[in-house]
Design a protein around this ligand. Structure first.
Ligand SMILES: [Mg+2]
Length: 280
């Protein structure tokens, strides 16, 4: 079965958000972040951060510095005994605010677009339908919904939702989000994917189905055979009874009683066969 992931926003979801973080010293874990990640990790999920970092395009810091900032985040989490699988970010921004030409573009990676999630899913063979996107902004929820995966907004919820997208869950902290994930276990992946992954099991299931079909056919043949015997027995019982009655009128009472006794026995036999057939 493919892995499922928890996609996490970075700023104001995992760490404090003082504006554009441009130095490792500014990285401060929010309360409960490490504990929440431990619990999500225990659920068997890949933990992948997906973060808009337009500060690169805005010329506030470069990708090298961003690497140091993320290394600091990794250190802080490691000190708490938990780690991330990956930190992905979008350094691009469109428009005049993007003063660094190389990063000025309308990127499909930038949330609310789902590019970062889709790229991660393709590279890591992730099952998005069993994955979650957790973040503090509606752009996080929109990216998650577009992937599509399940979404949790780490509140507060907006007064009204625009664009027809609403989060699947709204909570106040990342720890609560982890609880929501725990309370909503995986939905089974589509059969198509299971078949691709486990061909032996698929073959076994086909053999089992074929055997069951064969058994059903055999049973039907038995039914007809049993029914035939039962019908013959019934006809024999009636004939014997008539023979007995004829005996009574022709004066051979002793023989007639014996024939009637035989008729009753045959009738009982026919009824037993009928009952046995019903049970089959
Ligand atoms: Mg955020």
């Amino acid at each position: 079965m493919p892995d499922a992931a928890i996609f996490l926003d970075r700023d104001n979801t995992l760490i404090e958000d003082p504006g554009f973080i441009s130095h490792p010293d500014q990285v401060k874990l929010l309360p409960g972040t490490a504990e929440a990640l431990r619990r999500l990790r225990a659920g068997g999920y890949r933990i992948i951060v997906v973060s808009n970092q337009s500060g690169v395009a805005r010329g506030l810091f470069d990708e090298e510095q961003l690497g140091r900032i993320h290394a600091r985040l990794g250190e802080l989490l490691a000190a708490e005994g938990v780690n991330l699988d990956e930190i992905r970010y979008c350094p691009y921004l469109d428009g005049e605010e993007a003063v660094v030409e190389a990063y000025r573009q309308d990127s499909p990676l930038r949330k609310p677009r789902p590019g970062m999630l889709l790229e991660a899913a393709r590279q890591r063979n992730l099952d998005l339908s069993r994955s979650w996107m957790i973040g503090d902004r509606m752009s996080d929820v929109q990216a998650g919904a577009a992937a599509p995966c399940r979404t949790i907004l780490v509140g507060p919820a907006p007064a009204q939702y625009n664009g027809g997208v609403t989060p699947d869950h709204v909570v106040s902290t990342l720890l609560e989000a982890a609880r929501v994930v725990e309370e909503h276990p995986d939905t089974p992946p589509p059969r198509r994917e299971r078949a691709g992954e486990e061909p032996q099991l698929e073959l076994l299931a086909e053999i089992r189905d074929a055997l069951q079909r064969g058994q059903r056919r055999d049973s039907q043949e038995d039914f007809s055979f049993v029914r035939l015997i039962g019908a013959l027995m019934q006809m024999l019982a009636i004939a014997t009874a008539l023979w007995g009655i004829v005996g009574i009128f022709s004066g051979t009472t002793g023989a007639a009683v014996a024939r009637l006794g035989l008729a009753i026995f045959l009738q009982l036999l026919a009824m037993m066969i009928h009952l046995a057939y019903r049970r089959l």
